[in-house]
Design a protein around this ligand. Structure first.
Ligand code: MCA
Length: 509
């Protein structure tokens, strides 16, 4: 399969440049306010200078609740240009989840704007600095980071954080249920930006309608960074509302939209008196979860556009994509992106398999992260001896080289494009005094792709109800991770090795 070795890139050369050459061009539109590249650059350097005033230095970790806003864009860029490491967080993580990330990453500065509700009034930013004793102390608070930093001298951009230096820690879980921070380097970001730029034909004339969360690779790097790298304009929305998105697709005439399959399904099912003309859009991209062929066809039929499906992973960046020009096959995640090599191997022997046969997808590219923060063992396990990343996904290739995902080796539920690791949810359920054992699994769902379900064996006395357990989960876990339905059983079905047979539970649901 395709092998392209590329020179390591760094972002200051490749992203920073756009900010200096395109100063007058609009880079971001949010709540109908336009921000030019020059203004964004000045704001990012000012925010970075303000970080420095707190004693933050290159290599230090800064965590931020990445709600859609100019502030989050400035945090991302300020951190990137000045060599600090950003830990992007979901504003709706629970206090327990957040404190785990802060401790695991050894965060020094925490920009807190938690909101455990999807709507409603949100408090101001709280700026928390970790003190010598390890506790966070509030240093400032206010509605906007830009306003808080207004008197700080702008930071000098780092002349070139090396390609191997960590830029982001993006957390993903795993078989143990303990989230691990994927170390995404400056070089990874640059490679991914360059690869997608080439594959999807980004130009500075593009206008991206952005309705994805900013705390995952999809919304932050594929979408936002892709647009910034091209010198294009991002119209950022506070969230995904299908009717609002459809109206804006017509009214604001974007050229690009990126979403998860749930978003495409909801667009397809919108009621509308007439079909809107979406002729100016050149590309709809789908990722983060499998796009059902029915949705692919329904979208094509209703809107006249063929969605381009692609495949990536937090640890690998973007890996495969259907072509910009050429056939986009329903159900396929496409071909290797520029600069990416993949293999399909027997997961036990790592031997390459002939095309047509399903095996584990292995990845090598400049956008593959350098491992997990503080976890050399997990890092070693994630790679083969000769340095290929194990995706944990089973794929097969057709005669034209297109890849199809056929199953997952790793246990994961993808709901609305969010990854949920069953073990993390099982651990919480098993902390409930009325539960002796729990098994969590995904069940197909027409809207979310999969929904999280659980089977539990309750203690003989003090048996909790389904509602009790869901409420209990919501105290520790973000809502999308919490089970939607719970089966109560006398015993969990197990195989001869004692492993729970989740396939059997899925059938019972
Ligand atoms: C929705 N939920 C959330 C969030 N969004 N919980 C915490 N944080 C959020 N940001 C919860 C809702 O509260 C609800 O739980 C449940 O999810 C289902 O929500 P529902 O009301 O049906 O939908 P929604 O709130 O309208 O959200 C649907 C959505 C959302 C807009 C499609 O799921 C979404 O933004 N998905 C994008 C995920 C994403 O960006 N993934 C990229 C990661 P309750 O009912 O209890 O209130 S993967 C990645 O980056 C890789 C590298 C890749 O390849 O892309």
């Amino acid at each position: 399969m395709r092998t392209t070795d590329r020179k390591p890139l760094t972002l200051p050369d490749h992203l920073f440049g756009v900010f200096t050459t395109e100063r007058d061009r609009v880079g971001l539109e949010f709540h109908e306010t336009r921000h030019r590249y020059g203004e964004i650059l000045d704001g990012a350097l000012r925010v970075a200078g303000w970080f420095r005033n707190f004693g933050i230095r290159p290599g230090d970790r800064i965590a931020a609740h990445m709600l859609p806003s100019l502030d989050s864009v400035l945090c991302f860029l300020g951190s990137l240009f000045c060599g600090t490491i950003l830990v992007p967080l979901n504003p709706r993580y629970t206090a327990a989840e957040t404190s785990y990330f802060l401790d695991d990453a050894g965060v020094r500065l925490f920009l807190d704007r938690a909101s455990h509700e999807s709507s409603g009034p949100r408090g101001p930013w709280r700026v928390l600095l970790r003190s010598e004793d390890g506790d966070f102390r509030e240093k400032a608070s206010g509605e906007s980071l830009l306003a808080l930093s207004v008197d700080s001298p702008p930071a000098e951009p780092d002349p070139g954080p090396g390609p191997d230096e960590v830029a982001l820690l993006c957390y993903t879980s795993g078989t143990t249920g303990t989230p691990k921070g994927a170390m995404i380097t400056q070089g990874n970001l640059a490679c991914m930006a360059a690869s997608l730029h080439e594959a999807w034909g980004w130009t500075s004339l593009d206008v991206l309608l952005h309705a994805l969360p900013l705390f995952h690779v999809h919304g932050l790097l594929v979408a936002l960074q892709g647009a910034l790298y091209a010198g294009a304009r991002t119209v950022m929305l506070p969230g995904f509302d299908p009717q609002d998105v459809l109206d804006r697709l017509v009214r604001q005439r974007p050229t690009l939209f990126m979403g998860v399959p749930t978003m495409y399904r909801r667009l397809v099912h919108l009621d509308s008196a007439s079909e809107p003309g979406l002729d100016q859009i050149r590309l709809f991209v789908s990722g983060s979860a499998p796009l059902a062929p029915e949705t692919f066809h329904a979208f094509q039929k209703r809107f006249g556009h063929t969605v381009l499906e692609r495949y990536g992973m937090t640890e690998a960046g973007m890996v495969l994509s259907n072509p910009l020009r050429g056939e986009r096959k329903p159900g396929s995640v496409g071909l290797p992106l520029p600069g990416v090599s993949v293999r399909v191997v027997d997961p036990d022997t790592n031997e390459d398999l002939p095309s047509g046969q399903a095996g584990e997808l292995l990845i090598r590219s400049g956008s593959v992260c350098k491992g997990y923060w503080g976890r050399p063992d997990a890092t070693a396990e994630a790679f083969t001896e000769d340095g290929w990343l194990r995706s944990g996904d089973m794929a097969r290739q057709d005669e034209d080289g297109y890849l199809f995902l056929v199953a997952r080796r790793k246990e994961i539920v993808i709901t609305g494009g969010f990854n949920v690791y069953p073990k993390e949810v099982e651990n919480v359920l098993e902390e409930h005094p009325g539960v002796s054992e729990a098994a969590v699994y995904g069940v197909p769902d027409p809207d979310l792709g999969e929904k999280v379900c659980a089977a539990v064996v309750a203690q003989a006395t003090d048996t909790p109800t389904q509602e009790d357990l869901i409420r209990f989960c919501k105290r520790s876990l973000t809502s999308y991770k919490c089970p939607r339905a719970i089966l109560f059983m006398d015993d969990l079905p197990r195989n001869a090795m004692g492993k729970v047979i989740k396939e059997r539970l899925k059938v019972k649901e």
